[in-house]
Write a protein that binds this ligand. Structure first.
Ligand SMILES: [Zn+2]
Length: 380
């Protein structure tokens, strides 16, 4: 077993308690890896990392709902390195590994180098990255494959495999934060950090404070693309500032639905399109948009769908939702016809939000009622 010359530290690095703790930690580090720490200060030296398999610095424990990218950003600040690549190399074994804020790579190395004190690669991938959002919509085999890829050194083709690059919803996942959460987090924990649920596609209003999330301007910048970042108000910009009140209300409700459905602790794949589609068809039949003979009244359904999408379309992420008849008709057709390819989770979530009164109404219909196929037959 390699030596474990690090401990978990919960305090902010600038607090007196943390400084005392870090001095204690660094004394431990000096014994185990003297070339890594040349002073009693919390900042480590700029010496190259020379001891693969061990870390020579204090660790931090997870904060509630924190992402891996956020924890690494806090470690980078705690250790005091001037360049992001140094912390990336120490934690992930490469200068640009692990730096993707949504679906990062090299989780096996991270887990090994942190002595599994922060969990193994599977729970980290499933709960501390954006895979947490996608898991309900992916078959268990696809989740396992994704975890395997994220465990290794390259995630270059992962978004293509997940169908995100070919989706009209896009594959970018902007870093988002709530100013009120940041203030509360600093008071409670000493850190402003990235919350996992805020990063979910479709979540643009803080579920706790009902305030619009702001988007980081840093990770979009080419120079700063491979860097550790923590939320700071000077690097966050408003997206929904001028939106109408009724749009904000709809987006808040949609954000709550997304966090409740995608964040629920259920089996992987429970919201896979093949499972959800029969429930959507059943509800459309209840609304009279699918006749008992299986005939679809597209015009009436499209009118309702387009009116619903109007309030959600103020988000760039949902701008592709059609507010005109032809586009709406095509989107409904995609929902009710036999599935030839995957459906993006946001398309399913918008459909659920359109058709059901609340999440409980959907879950009841999903679990308790027999489902129908597009031609009106019960699914056996
Ligand atoms: Zn908040």
């Amino acid at each position: 077993m390699p030596a474990q010359p690090f401990v978990l530290a919960d305090q902010h690095p600038h607090s007196a308690r943390a400084r005392r703790a870090n001095r204690r930690v660094c004394r431990v580090v000096l014994v185990s890896a003297p070339r890594r720490c040349q002073s009693s200060d919390v900042s480590l030296t700029d010496q190259p990392f020379t001891a693969p398999g061990t870390l020579a610095g204090p660790l931090l424990s997870w904060l509630p709902d924190e992402t891996l990218f956020s924890l690494c950003g806090r470690l980078h600040r705690l250790w005091g390195y001037s360049s992001s690549w140094k912390s990336a190399e120490i934690l992930f074994g490469g200068r640009r590994l692990g730096l993707h804020h949504d679906l990062p790579s090299a989780l096996r190395t991270f887990s090994s180098r942190t002595g599994q004190l922060l969990g193994g690669p599977v729970p980290i991938a499933e709960n501390r990255t954006l895979l947490r959002f996608y898991r309900p919509f992916l078959r268990p085999s696809a989740v396992a494959e994704t975890v395997e890829i994220m465990g290794g050194p390259s995630v270059a083709h992962l978004k293509y495999k997940l169908g995100l690059l070919t989706s009209r919803f896009g594959a970018n996942h902007p870093l988002k934060a709530c100013i009120a959460c940041m203030t509360a987090d600093v008071e409670r924990n000493g850190w402003a950090y990235w919350h996992a649920e805020h990063q979910f596609p479709g979540v643009w209003i803080c579920p706790v404070h009902a305030s619009p999330l702001r988007v980081s301007t840093v990770k979009h910048n080419g120079v700063e693309r491979f860097s550790w970042q923590l939320p700071h108000d000077r690097n966050l910009t408003e997206v929904l500032g001028a939106s109408e009140a009724r749009c904000l209300h709809a987006l808040h409700e949609f954000s709550l639905w997304v966090t409740e459905l995608a964040g629920t602790d259920r089996d992987d794949g429970w919201l896979h399109a093949e499972k959800v589609q029969p429930t959507i068809l059943r509800r459309m039949q209840d609304r009279g948009w699918i006749t008992p003979a299986g005939h679809v009244r597209l015009k009436e359904a499209t009118k309702s769908y387009v009116a619903h999408c109007t309030h959600l379309q103020s988000l760039p992420e949902l701008a592709m939702l059609s507010t005109h008849e032809d586009g709406g008709c095509a989107q409904i057709n995609r929902l009710i016809r036999p599935l030839r390819s995957g459906i993006h989770p946001l398309r399913l979530l918008v459909a659920i939000h359109w058709l059901f009164a609340d999440v409980g109404d959907f879950v009841y219909g999903f679990v308790a009622q027999p489902a129908l196929t597009a031609d009106g037959r019960a699914v056996k």
